[in-house]
Design a protein around this ligand. Structure first.
Ligand code: ADP
Ligand code: MG
Length: 380
């Protein structure tokens, strides 16, 4: 069953009535630009066809009740502040809170959720959830919130209410992506540009390989990387590492004493450049050539930023050995997914190659599927 019918059926079962509407928001995969968001640099995600759907209907003012096929039972809350609602429903309460904090009159609502986005795999089920609920509440209440202001509201829900320190990319992708396009996002100005990304037309495809590796120490490692980048920016006297120019990298590195910090900076500065290079190649229709940029990005994450694990390294190597034009881990690291740019007719062969490499290494089997660029958040 699709998430659209799933959410609707769940709404009926929980509330004994029909929803007023259904709002969908996608998960995303980041084509390139890893750990650049909090350095105020560039990212290039595209939306997945997999979506979270919120079926929603009205409730009395100041009353919200949410349920999800993800967990049993329903959660009710009133006008709420961070810390009050916990668990998965905090993502929903956070959206209500962020909208109210922005001075908007959020309508009371009943909401039932269902999702096709794998949870906790780095495909951003959390942003899909926030974005579907945000879009539903804005529509139900007839609120005037321009598209470009919406991602920051959803991000605030996750950062402040849920307490998860994430950048602006996930919510921007879920809300602002368009079908057949990748979203070039400047994480400083929040300006976006839609980049042509119709792989099928070029006979190409993106194979997503979920490493199914258990995420370990993610929060601590993320915090450590972020701190190292902020410290480096301070030493270099720039507002953020985005301000270290690519052609001034060697000069900047020479001013840093710490070897680990030098490598962290090198990753961020070269990664920003790789995003720009990828955008230029896609705009020129030179899609195959994006492959080597992706692979260089993986090496940088593995050697300089040190955020890969053996499962993702093996997947990248196996995909490349099977003829992929390029491959890299996508997402924050320490597990999650790999994406490989391949000829469209090489999906099965590449999948088998990765499965065999995993079996040989004694890893839990990966999950592989082809990703296409779907639309952003919308009313169905
Ligand atoms: P990711 O965003 O990479 O999938 P996160 O840890 O950021 O992983 O977010 C996952 C969390 O988001 C889940 O543990 C759950 O609390 C919440 N979540 C995601 N999808 C749903 C859903 N359909 N229903 C309820 N909660 C969800
Ligand atoms: Mg998330």
């Amino acid at each position: 069953m699709s998430a659209a019918s799933g959410a609707e059926a769940h709404f009926r079962a929980e509330f004994g009535t029909e929803p007023a509407g259904r709002w969908a928001a996608p998960g995303r995969v980041n084509l390139i630009g890893e750990h650049t968001d909090y350095n105020e640099g560039f990212v290039l995600p595209f939306a997945l066809p997999q979506r979270t759907v919120a079926a929603a209907g009205p409730a009395p003012a100041g009353e919200w009740t949410v349920c999800s096929t993800f967990a049993p039972g329903a959660v009710s809350f009133g006008t709420t502040s961070p810390g009050e609602v916990t668990g998965w429903a905090a993502y929903v309460a956070g959206v209500v809170w962020a909208l109210r904090e922005a001075g908007l009159e959020v309508p009371g609502a009943r909401i039932a959720l269902d999702s096709e986005v794998p949870v906790g795999s780095g495909l951003s089920s959390s942003a899909a959830l926030e974005s579907s609920v945000l879009t539903a509440l804005i529509d139900l209440g007839g609120l005037d919130v321009p598209l470009e202001q919406r991602p920051a509201l959803a991000q605030r829900a996750e950062n402040v209410y849920v307490g998860a320190p994430t950048g602006i990319m996930d919510q921007s992708a879920s809300i602002r992506c368009q079908a057949g396009r990748a979203l070039f996002l400047d994480c400083r100005s929040y300006e976006v540009k839609q980049i042509p990304f119709d792989l099928a037309a070029a006979g190409l495809a993106i194979l997503v390989i979920n490493s199914n590796a258990p995420h370990q120490h993610v929060d601590g490692e993320y915090g450590a990387r972020r701190k190292s980048c902020e410290e480096a920016a301070r030493i270099l006297g720039v507002p953020a590492l985005r301000d270290v120019p690519f052609d001034g990298l060697d000069e900047a590195l020479a001013r840093l004493d710490d070897e680990v910090m030098r490598r962290r900076v090198r990753h961020v500065v070269t990664e920003d450049q790789r995003v720009l290079d990828t955008v230029a190649l896609l705009e020129q229709g030179r899609t195959r050539e994006v492959g080597s940029v992706l692979t260089a990005g993986h090496a940088s994450m593995r050697d300089d930023f040190e955020i890969t694990v053996p499962q993702v390294d093996v997947a990248v190597e196996a995909a490349l050995a099977a003829g992929a034009y390029g491959a890299r881990m996508t997402g924050g690291g320490f597990g999650g997914c790999v994406l490989a740019l391949i000829d469209a007719d090489r999906a099965d062969a590449t999948t088998s190659a990765v499965e065999q490499a995993y079996a040989k290494a004694g890893f839990k089997a990966p999950t592989c599927w082809i990703a296409t660029a779907g639309p952003g958040a919308t009313r169905l």
